[in-house]
Design a protein around this ligand. Structure first.
Ligand code: DAT
Length: 172
């Protein structure tokens, strides 16, 4: 089985993917580390990696039983995509604490407000395989994998509404 855990930087992908991997016996692939190990980094700027997607895709296609932890999910053939969501206010604080520049904090918070990762996932994967995860991410993901129900998937739309005036003040 192949699972992708995606979302804006700071939403909790690595924290959650580690636990999900341990519980479901899936190898955790942190995509930035994996890209470095396989010489798939083309360029690095301000902590952001430009990666060779063909190398990553080829390597990961040849593997099984993995949980892929990546802010982009579109190139991977997976059984499920879980898009982690985070309140923009909380994300703003997390990214500031991480030492991101104000510009980079705002860019990422805006991406979360505008559902960028979710839209990206839906453009490349069937909606019944894409799940939006807001709370209790580890429990929710494990439960969906054990009992996949299209009712919880993006086939029935997103339940997140981060595009509010209040949230937009964060990125002014
Ligand atoms: P990502 O891999 O998406 O960049 P991360 O796993 O590194 O995110 O988490 C970013 C920070 O947020 C890190 O300090 C741990 C914290 N964090 C992650 N998930 C959390 C949660 N559900 N509740 C509180 N803090 C969380």
């Amino acid at each position: 089985m192949k699972v992708a855990i995606t979302g804006t930087p700071g939403v909790g992908k690595t924290t959650v993917a580690r636990e999900v991997g341990a519980l479901l016996h899936l190898q955790h692939i942190e995509i930035a580390k994996f890209a470095r190990e396989w010489g798939a980094v083309i360029e690095e700027e301000d902590g952001t990696l430009i990666v060779d997607e063909d190398i990553l895709k080829e390597r990961i296609d040849a593997m099984d039983d993995v949980v892929i932890d990546s802010h982009f999910s579109e190139i991977f053939n997976v059984d499920y995509v879980f898009v982690l969501r985070c309140e923009p206010k909380i994300l703003y604080e997390r990214l500031k604490e991480r030492g991101y520049s104000l510009q980079k904090v705002k860019e990422n918070v805006l991406a979360e407000i505008l559902d960028s990762c979710l839209i990206n996932a839906l453009q490349h994967h069937p909606p019944q395989r894409v799940f939006e995860i807001n709370e209790n991410p580890v429990e929710e993901i494990v439960s969906i994998v054990k009992n996949p129900s299209p009712h919880k998937s993006l086939l029935h739309g997103s339940k997140t509404a981060f595009l509010t005036e209040e949230n937009l003040t964060l990125v002014e």
